[in-house]
Structure formats: C-alpha cells, structure tokens
Ligand binder design. Sequence first.
Ligand SMILES: NC(=O)c1ccc[n+]([C@@H]2O[C@H](COP(=O)([O-])OP(=O)(O)OC[C@H]3O[C@@H](n4cnc5c(N)ncnc54)[C@H](O)[C@@H]3O)[C@@H](O)[C@H]2O)c1
Length: 370
Amino acid sequence: MSTFGVSLKKLVDDSYDIEIGFSLESHLVKDLKAGLVGNIKKFAIITDSHVEKLYAEKIVSLLEYAGFTVNTFVFPAGEKSKTRETKAFIEDEMIKKEYRRDCCIIAVGGGVVTDLAGFIAGTYGRGVPFINYATSLLAAADASVGGKTAVDTPIATNLIGLFNQPKKVYIDIATWQTLPKRELSSGMAETIKHACMADKDFFHYLKEHMADILAAEKTACEHIAEKNCQIKYHVVEKDERESGLREILNLGHTVGRAIETVSDYRLLHGEAVSIGLVAEVHLAERLGYATDEDIREVTSLLASAGLPVEIPEYIDREILVKKLYTDKKVKDGKLRFVVQRGIGEIVEFSSGVYATQIAEDVIRDIIEEL
Ligand SMILES: NC(=O)c1ccc[n+]([C@@H]2O[C@H](COP(=O)([O-])OP(=O)(O)OC[C@H]3O[C@@H](n4cnc5c(N)ncnc54)[C@H](O)[C@@H]3O)[C@@H](O)[C@H]2O)c1
C-alpha cells in the first residue's frame, strides 16, 4: 500500500469589473477584441425568449461583424425554465454545435439567464469563462454580481449550483426602459433589501425618488445601480463563500424563497422577497431589534414600489412553514434567520455570526398574521 500526498494549494484572483452605463453592447465587443477573455474567438450567447430579440440579437451581429464565431442558445423566459432540464438542453445544443473548452459564454438577460448561464459555464468542459450582460434591475441589483449561480428544483430554489465568478459584468441601464412595470418593481425588492441591511440614507433616497426610479429616469437608475453594487460588494469581498457575513444578503429570503416556491412561481422572485422582508421586519420587532415605526417604514416603501406586502390568500400557511426548512441556512434541522436592527443595519449575534435560531412557533405566528 502507498499513500501519495497531492499538493494543490490555490491562490486565485477572481477579480473583475462591473461596468454600469447605457447601451453597452459596443463596449462588450471592444473589450473582447482587446483580450478580455484572452484569445477566445467562439462565443455562446445564452438568453431567453424575451431578451433574444430585444438585446441578444444586436450583440450577436456586433460580435459577428468583429469576426467572432457566435451561436445563440435560447430558452423560454421565466423562472420555470431555471431547471436542470434547461441546463442539460443548452449543454447538449452546445455540444452539437461543437463548443469545446476554447469558448466563452455570454449571458444576456435577467437573473434567470445569468444564474443558469453561470452554472453552465462552471461545469461545461469542467469550466469555461463567462460574462454577464444584465438586462433587468433584479439582475443588476443582485443576481448578475457576486458569483452565485444555480438552478431550481421542484422542492427548493437555488439549492443546486456553484460559486463561479464572471470575467466581467455589464449593467446596461438603457435596457430597463423595456422592462415590464411588474419586473421593475420586482427588482426594487433586492434594492430595498440592501437599504434595510446596510444604508439608512439610501433607504431615504429610495423613499424620495421612487417615482423617478419606476419611470426608469436616468440619474436615479444610475444611482441605485451603483449603490446596489457598492453594498453587495462590500459584503462579497469579505465573504465570497457565505461562511458568515454574506448570510446578511439573505435578509427577507428565508420566508421569501419559501413563498416563491409554494406560490409555484406565480409570485416573481422580488415579490416573494418583498413579503419576506415584511415578515422578517416583524420578526426583528418581536426580538426587540426593530420598532413598530420601522415596520411601517419598510412596509410602506415596499408598497410604494408596487410590491406585495401580504401573503396571498392562496398560499397554505402550514405548507409555507414546512417549506422554510429547505432554506440553506438551516442547521441541525433548526430554522435560522438574519435579523435587521432598525433600518440600515444587521444584528451580529456573536463575532462573525449573522443568523440566529428561531423557534418555528414564532415565525408561524407572524406568517399567520400576514
Ligand atoms: N445569483 C444570485 O445571487 C441571485 C440573487 C438574486 C436573485 N437571483 C435570481 O434571479 C432570478 C430573478 O431575476 P429576474 O427578475 O431578472 O428574472 P428573469 O431573468 O426571469 O427576468 C424577468 C423577466 O423580464 C424579462 N426581461 C429581462 N430583461 C428585460 C428587458 N430589458 N426588457 C424586457 N424584458 C426583460 C425576462 O425575459 C423575464 O420574462 C431568480 O431566479 C432569482 O433566484 C439570483
């Protein structure tokens, strides 16, 4: 018998740029020509059935004009496509089109596209580079930045995936002009979450500028895009793999993700997170970390963004409570929650610990009242 020690220490630099601006398609092509992903000449554009015509086609023609080989891989728009089956379908299509390891994936779309494409990039040929071209507010605020990629399963959202960082993220604010109102509102939930957990001034800015944001006014949109990146990156740079601090980005998501699944995706991600934020500010109040006034402020800001703040009638409360146990923060079979302190701060329960165990009865009470 022999034992071989395999020494594989890693020093990885996954740093990348996020460019925020208007109509960035030509910037993307210029960067690729300048070697953003080395000598790669073959690109797979992954997009959905709505975004294909709106934005992906333009990127394809610019890339072709620049002499690159490009194919588009399209799936039906919507959360229901974020599955292992869609992942396998796109991978098979890429194999048929002779994509090997010398390619780069470009995700053009919202959070469903960037989550799915980033996961495919992490496993295709054991890993190829990818770039996110974010076209929804939700992708800009959260999904396209931070390196979390995943698919949903019938039982839970986002449980199967990888940490995989893109080579660059483009946040094209001009694309928000074509976002349906409901989608723009949905994106505001993650933005309001950032304000609740980290920045009271930003919370007040959102209160004052909600009408401008919902009208996709340029300066307000640019400000929120920058603020979202700042707040998210302040966290991700310190804890990429969610071993402590990054859990704070889960504010509103413990209840939110469970509602999203139980609604069978009738609720959009941001809509479910909005209800989750309301439930969780109530939890903060019960634990003595927030006041009635904080509850009113958070609820009314979410409502002013056109977001739901109550659990719809059709959601079975008991099934919802059971669904909470599919949350990734559950430890030893116990529910754990991130808790806000007033507005603009998160409770640190002990050094580096940002989630605390909550008895099922406490959260059941809140769910029943909402
Ligand atoms: N990875 C992460 O860290 C992270 C964080 C938050 C959310 N997410 C995920 O993000 C997803 C939600 O993101 P989303 O709301 O962007 O979903 P999405 O990609 O489904 O986009 C929403 C809808 O808007 C359409 N759309 C996108 N851009 C458009 C545009 N510019 N004009 C017109 N229509 C456009 C899409 O076709 C889709 O119908 C969820 O799957 C959620 O789990 C991931």
